[in-house]
Design a protein around this ligand. Sequence first.
Ligand code: ZN
Length: 370
Amino acid sequence: MATGYLWHELYGWHDTGSSLGFVYGNAPAGLQPFHHIDSPNSKKRVHELLAVSGLLDDLVRVVPEPATDDDLLLVHDRAHIERIATESRLPKGGDAGDGFSPFGQGGNEIARLAAGGTISATMAVLEGRVDNAYALVRPCGHHALPDMGMGFCVFANVAVAARVARARHGVGRIAVVDWDVHHGNGTQAIFYDDPSTLAISIHQANWFPHDSGHLHERGAGAGEGATLNVPIPPGSGNGAYLAVIDQVVLPALERFNPELIMVACGFDANVLDPLGRSMITSTGYRAMTSMLLDAATTLCGGRIVFSHEGGYSEIYVPFCGLAVIETLAGVKSTVDDPFVGLLDEMGGQPLQPHQAAIVAQAAQLVNEIP
Ligand code: ZN
């Protein structure tokens, strides 16, 4: 099994500047400037752990190419693309669109390399150069809308790569599984009326964006039923997430029968994340990856592409990333997660009745997938 892997040093140089977590500082208003919560470290440290663990030697390096205008225009309107380019030339850069998503001078080129990296990883899989792939890209993509970025996302990395897969390789049915702790609202909006793209988002109920990602958001027109949200309660741990994969995601994939599976792989549902109140450990991520990999093997010749999204624990994201990529590659590295014994036994990890109720409701929607 060959697993493709992609990282570029420029992803670590995407400059979110000084902020107070995720709002801009304002000294006279008492908002003491600090650092932005989307710091490079949670991603850079994944790459460094891959290197130190030796796993990097077992992966096939894929070189990211920047997304072109034509690639981006498959999802985004020209005004958004041009505004990002214009602000990127300013001495202090700009904002992706919502006032929470700063980027520094030259941020346009890095955001294009992130969207392009997800495309490059997808092409490597579709062209048979690797069996599956992990694109460790930054900035993230799943909140970006056709006309604006948001939630630290500039361009919709996964959605752009899915459309490029269609344009260049004629891929028909594509399933996107988003397990970032926040709702994949951008992906949902882009494919809302598209019956050939199954957009599944598992996220903490009513977190970000506010009032988004409800069970009743099911797609529209010909795409009705091809959007599937699983808004799970805060405090959901490995038990709840594995139940969602087992009872909702796998049956949905089986029914939809995709030709390619793309995973919007946020790690902010990990138990130590500052922006999420979910409780997944590396054990959970390892099991979830294994289940999706098995589904890809059964349904679509193993074609599965992971694209990195959020995840803000600079300490724990690297161990979750290592678990996912080890599983994709079928290799156990020399490094063990030093936290997992404690975290796996934390109260609340097993599936709770109120979580099971939501999983059961979501499972009923599988029958409506076109
Ligand atoms: Zn997130």
